[in-house]
Design a protein around this ligand. Structure first.
Ligand code: 4AD
Ligand code: MG
Length: 428
């Protein structure tokens, strides 16, 4: 068994073997310094001519970036070494010599790097980002798992349009046409009626012809759905959930956020309560600031103009029903409004969460499905949830990549997923 480099500190003074790839190397005279990465961390390995065979020293001197190898040596604490420990090499073995690794420390353009995404993710920043993604997923699941929620997987093939008909990917399905799901919500609602509280977590698909820094065509959404809670309780949940997830990531991904040079003070301000303002109040705050007209959905500049007026994520609730989905419950006081809520992240990251209270009445839903021009038949199963024990319920969907992009302080969501899918990219 090889020792994980991240565990090397547990073996100070002992002989260990590590296995990995060359991150960087240099040599001078009788010494070669190999920076080896194994995925867990990097370690400087010091090869001195006197300590190894002639053949081994020749390998160390000529080894190239990303060649694979195993190294055995003594762990030695050294403050100057990355990670605080280096390896005094006794022997090493080349596994495969990499010739002309395409990504060098020099600057590459984004298209070149995206074309080489399968290799790019080995580099320090990308590696850190994908680790933050992992820690974010862990924190999110942990939040719900420790509170009695059931993980509930929705299908990817579906006959239902959830979030409008303009962003559907159609798929030929044994002679009939189905879609790739835009959201697991409708199935999550069935889950909530069966289990009380559930969360759906999986990939969703949207044929959005947007080339912005916030849009992917395939992204991951986390969608809790809870029976017997209303919009206000749903906002309590969003706030509590985000506060805890951000706190956990700040702890578990400290090193990664440092590598990314993320200023964490704005993340440390993610504390309850979040400001809650209505769409109407938000609209007033936009007067004279953007092109926004009352009744419009919020574009990126509008979201940013409102969000910068606060020091933490904000919740905007009660939207004109025309710009929200068919399943949203109408506000009891003003039926022109839908009981939806968006959570807008600070620092220009925009909407990271969309959710709301669901319509419970069979008749109302039948009307909405018709108004939205949706075919009724594929929704019959969903309408059954209103026929048999309909109850108030609410939920939300968090876009994982937008959230990770915000946590990492990135320019674009494409770096937050191992293999991004965008309007002009489905490779590699
Ligand atoms: O606001 P949306 O469309 O909400 C829903 O789909 C609801 N059915 C969720 C629910 O209530 N269960 O999408 C939710 C979130 C957005 O706030 C955003 O963070 C993210 O998904 N999102 C995208 N992320 C990346 N690329 C895209 N094209 C996205 N579209 C939405
Ligand atoms: Mg939305």
């Amino acid at each position: 068994m090889y020792t994980s480099i991240s565990d090397a500190r547990l073996h100070d003074g002992q002989v260990i073997s590590i296995a990995g790839w060359i991150y960087n190397s240099r040599s001078s005279g009788k010494l070669a310094f190999l920076i080896v990465r194994d995925g867990s961390a990097v370690m400087q390995c010091v090869v001195s001519k006197a300590e190894v065979t002639e053949e081994e020293f020749a390998i160390a001197k000529e080894i190239t970036q990303e060649s694979s190898l195993t190294v055995t040596g003594t762990v030695h604490a050294d403050e100057r070494a990355p990670g605080g420990y280096e390896l005094i090499v006794q022997s090493l073995k080349l596994i495969q010599k990499a010739i002309d690794y395409p990504i060098s420390p020099k600057e590459h353009g984004p298209d070149f790097l995206l074309d080489h995404r399968h290799l790019w993710m080995r580099s320090k920043r990308q590696h850190a980002i994908l680790r933050v993604r992992h820690q974010t997923i862990r924190a999110m699941r942990n939040y719900f798992d420790s509170r009695g929620y059931i993980g509930f997987d929705s299908p990817m093939f579906t006959p239902n349009a959830v979030e409008g008909t303009t962003t559907l990917f159609g798929v030929e399905y044994f002679g009939s046409k189905v879609f790739l799901t835009q959201s697991g919500q409708l199935y999550g609602e069935a889950g909530a009626m069966a289990f009380g509280k559930v969360y759906v977590f999986g990939p969703v698909f949207r044929a959005e012809k947007s080339k912005t820094r916030k849009h992917l065509t395939e992204f991951w959404m986390l969608e809790p759905e809870v029976a017997f809670i209303d919009l206000d309780q749903n906002m309590d949940l969003i706030e509590d959930f985000l506060t805890e997830v951000v706190g956990q990531v700040l702890e578990s991904a400290k090193e990664e956020l440092k590598i990314l040079e993320r200023d964490v003070t704005s993340l440390e301000r993610v504390q309850k309560p979040f400001p809650r303002i209505t769409y109407d109040e938000a609209a007033k705050r936009l007067v004279g600031k953007t092109e926004f007209k009352y009744g419009d959905d919020f574009g990126a500049p509008d979201e940013e103009a409102v969000a910068t007026q606060f020091d933490r994520p904000i919740l905007i609730h009660r939207w004109p029903h025309e710009i929200k989905a068919f399943y949203m419950k109408r506000d009891e006081v003003n039926p022109a409004l839908a009981k939806g809520v968006d959570c807008i992240a600070p620092d220009g990251y925009g909407e990271i969460v969309g959710g709301g209270e669901r319509e419970t009445s069979l008749e109302e839903l039948e009307k909405r499905i018709a108004e939205h021009g949706l075919p009724k038949q594929p929704f019959e199963w969903y309408l059954d949830l209103r026929r048999y024990g309909s109850v108030p319920h609410s939920g939300f969907g968090l876009g994982l990549e937008r959230t990770v992009s915000w946590l990492c302080g990135l320019q674009h969501v494409r770096e937050t997923i191992p293999f991004p899918r965008m309007m002009y990219r489905v490779e590699p």
